[in-house]
Write a protein that binds this ligand. Structure first.
Ligand code: PLP
Length: 408
């Protein structure tokens, strides 16, 4: 008899986005004359930078000719892209990362979900932020590293709580951990970690012989020059950290698909006898066994971002979303809400002072604006909502006017 992986039955079904869709549909059907504005989505809205479109067209033409046609490429990505990443994203910020420490992939969601495969299942101690991107918790549940979900929390995880009291940046726990997930700028809170805060995490990982999985999908939104863009800006991080980056939010690639993971060759993990192994070698084995590379045209489009024109276009796009974010944060602050994010991230996290679904309904019914209830991102998300800056200026301005008159 074929049996299932029973760990899947421990997963709490995420009704967040389907619940939102249901409430929005019910509202629009009852109120067809009142159009809603969606500031709930975590997806970009603006078209790809012009340099990417040009590169896609050119690469497509190359594929049309026998002499320049490309079949399978290197699983880890073409050298032209890995070298451009090493140069611009790392050497340019003083981080010593070699091109062959970069693994190009079709998304950070898969990378942060898949990475746990190369680590032990039994006895591995996990530390995961709350609230955060749900992928980190759910993939560990699937792998059998947790117990059951009791009152909204899985047994066997140390939850790193982000609350108003700690400015939504959790400090290192008093208990030990082996695998630590961090996401800065954070989804959903938009909070960023200072150099000193990241230094404390690197020191904690060193002390525990642990590994930090650092998700910096939103690093392109950092504007404060004091805030590190990469964990490798912290001395010692090459020995304790893996970093995930994506072109999705940086350059509007959510539908185009390209990302990368950095696994330094100096990173080690241990077997049951305490013998060290190269994490780079393990990930290389996993990646080349289960993945066949990102398409050539998409890698050409990603590489185009690193040209001077590409850098300018990406800056203009992220500036545009950040200007939306500034409008949202200013307006919500003016209405008396405590807010974080929006200055170095495209999300604003609003302390509503009441149940997050109640506030969601209030905005939907009285302002025709859709936000995301914080409770969907973890227990500490209760009492908060996320407003996204991914939208047109006109929609953001209109949404804020409606919110102001609804709450005034
Ligand atoms: C959007 C996002 C990603 C990127 O995912 P892709 O699969 O590369 O599109 C990664 N991490 C977080 C926290 C995100 O919000």
């Amino acid at each position: 008899m074929i049996r299932i992986n029973e760990n899947y039955t421990k997963l709490k079904a995420s009704y967040l986005f389907s619940d939102i869709a249901k409430r929005v549909t019910a509202y629009t059907q009852a109120n067809p004359s009142k159009p809603v504005i969606r500031l709930g989505i975590g997806d970009v809205t603006e078209p790809l930078p012009a340099v990417c479109i040009e590169a896609l067209h050119q690469a497509t033409d190359e594929m049309a000719v026998r002499s320049s046609f490309k079949g399978y490429g290197p699983e880890q990505g073409y050298a032209f892209l890995r070298e451009a990443i090493a140069q611009h994203d790392y050497a340019g910020r003083g981080c010593a990362i070699d091109a062959d420490e970069i693994f190009v992939s079709d998304g950070s969601k898969c990378d942060c979900g898949n990475i746990q495969e190369i680590f032990a299942t039994e006895g591995l101690r996990l530390a995961i932020p709350d609230p955060v991107y749900p992928v980190y918790v759910d993939t560990n549940v699937m792998a059998g590293r947790t117990g059951n979900n009791v009152n909204g929390r899985y047994e066997g995880i140390t939850y790193l709580e982000s609350t108003p009291a700690n400015g939504y940046v959790p400090s290192v726990p008093t208990v030990g951990a082996d695998l630590i997930y961090l996401c800065f700028p954070n989804n959903p809170t938009g909070a960023v970690a200072t150099r000193a805060q990241l230094e404390a995490w690197v020191a904690y990982a060193q002390k525990n012989q642990a590994i930090i999985l650092f998700d910096s999908a939103y690093e392109a939104y950092i504007r404060n020059p004091e805030i590190p863009h990469s964990i490798y800006e912290i001395p010692g991080a090459r020995e304790v950290a893996i970093e995930f980056r994506s072109f999705s939010k940086t350059a509007g690639f959510t539908g185009t698909r390209c990302a990368y993971t950095v696994v330094p060759k100096s990173l080690q993990a241990f077997d049951s006898t305490g013998r060290p192994h190269s994490v780079h070698a393990l990930w290389n084995r996993r990646h080349t066994t289960k993945f066949n590379g990102v398409s050539y045209p998409v890698q050409k489009a990603a590489a185009a971002i690193f040209t001077p024109a590409g850098q300018q276009q990406v800056k203009a796009m992220t500036d545009f979303y950040l200007a939306n974010a500034a409008l949202i944060r200013t307006a919500m602050t003016k209405l008396g809400f405590g807010c974080v994010g929006g200055d170095n991230a495209p999300y604003i996290w609003i302390n509503t002072g009441r149940d997050s679904w109640e506030f969601f309904d209030l905005l939907l019914n009285h302002a025709q604006v859709v936000c995301t209830p914080g409770a969907g991102f973890g227990k500490c998300g209760e009492g908060h909502v996320r407003i996204s800056a991914f939208n047109s200026r006109a929609n953001v301005e209109q949404a804020l006017e409606r919110i102001a008159s609804a709450l005034r």
